[in-house]
Design a protein around this ligand. Structure first.
Ligand code: NAP
Length: 309
């Protein structure tokens, strides 16, 4: 692999600007060559309207980072893989589970790296939490993931459309952490979903998971929360209580803070993508998306008042 990965960024919206562009600029392993977005441009590089134009005009590109909405992820990723590019997918990796499996097969056939990112797994407390929990007897898990949708997703119409996930768009971040830190597999038993009468996706959800030892694993996701977000996971074990808060930035064990270092989720994602491309590997863990799909399969739906931005 070349020392520098020549990269294109696709779908220049909030997350591309807030996180991807600074993380790419700070990583010497990548050189941003071009952007593709219908209504936005990246300063200092060549810009195209669509990924198809980008792929046709930039044959020397090594990789693309796809930051558009999940509903268009498959087509963009497929076209990039068929053009011989390595592909990094924002979360969620697709609008359906099976389309991402197909992409993984395609990447394998073409000998290209596919990276289905879960940025919250790179929050500083996550790996320490995983190591601490690895040998412990898990008694119960409580996830509270609550924020104000108007603060975090203003006028994002796609999020309320099929494939947009609604409150599972942030909730899947919690599930990406829980699937990483718990030592045993778990599954959904039941769910309650609250869906605004004028929308397709839930504004709140309660999830009731368990595992082969009947461990209660409960999650509450809510977008009707105040401006102080609550992104917390508490795991009670036979020998202490672990709490990740602020989305995994802080870690407490039995109430005592553990020093886990600074926040660097997106720098961590690009370091991982560089490693994957350099070693010819892929990283596609679909468990968070599978749990969301199960919630949409099993969920008992309640219609609630219309949501207007
Ligand atoms: P956003 O601000 O709405 O930006 C997404 C961009 O996708 C849009 O600006 C649009 O760019 C492009 N797009 C939308 N519909 C498209 C279509 N039909 N065809 C092609 N391009 C289309 O959304 P975002 O917040 O950046 O979220 C994007 C992804 O990042 C989501 O999967 C989200 O879950 C994830 N994410 C978001 C955050 C966050 O805090 N916002 C955090 C982590 C991850 P053009 O109109 O210019 O084409």
């Amino acid at each position: 692999m070349a020392q520098q990965i020549r990269l294109g960024i696709v779908g220049v919206g909030k997350i591309a600007r807030d996180q991807h562009l600074p993380a790419i600029a700070a990583n010497a392993g990548f050189r941003l060559i071009a952007g593709a977005s219908r209504n936005a441009q990246v300063e200092g590089v060549r810009n195209y309207k669509t990924i198809q134009e980008l792929l046709a005009a930039e044959p020397d590109l090594d990789a693309v980072s796809l930051c558009a909405t999940p509903q268009v992820r498959f087509e963009q990723a497929r076209d990039a893989l068929l053009a011989g590019k390595h592909v990094m997918l924002e979360k969620p990796p697709g609008a359906s589970v099976v389309e991402v499996k197909l992409l993984a097969e395609l990447a394998n056939e073409r000998g290209r790296s596919l990276f289905a990112t879960w940025h919250s797994r790179h929050a500083p407390g996550v790996e320490t939490a995983r190591a601490w929990l690895a040998e412990r007897d898990i008694k119960s898990v409580q996830v509270l993931w609550k924020e104000d949708v108007r603060k975090w997703h203003p006028n994002q119409d796609w999020i309320w459309q099929p494939g947009g996930l609604g409150v599972f768009d942030p909730g899947i971040n919690a599930l990406s952490i829980v699937t990483r830190i718990l030592p045993r597999a778990f599954f959904l038993k039941s769910a309650e979903l609250w869906v605004p009468s004028n929308r397709q996706t839930p504004i709140a959800a309660n999830l009731n998971f368990t595992d082969d030892r009947d461990t209660p694993i409960r999650a509450e996701f809510d977008w009707r929360h105040g401006s102080e977000e609550l992104w917390q996971i508490e795991v009670t074990t036979g020998s202490g209580v672990l709490r990740l808060s602020q989305g995994g930035k802080l870690l407490h064990i039995d109430g005592a803070a553990v020093n886990v270092g600074p926040e660097r989720e997106y720098p961590g994602l690009y370091e991982r993508f560089f490693e994957l491309v350099s070693s010819g590997a892929s990283d596609v863990d679909l468990r968070p998306l599978e749990h969301v799909a199960d919630a949409l399969l099993l969920g008992h739906r309640h219609a609630v008042e219309a949501f207007v931005d």
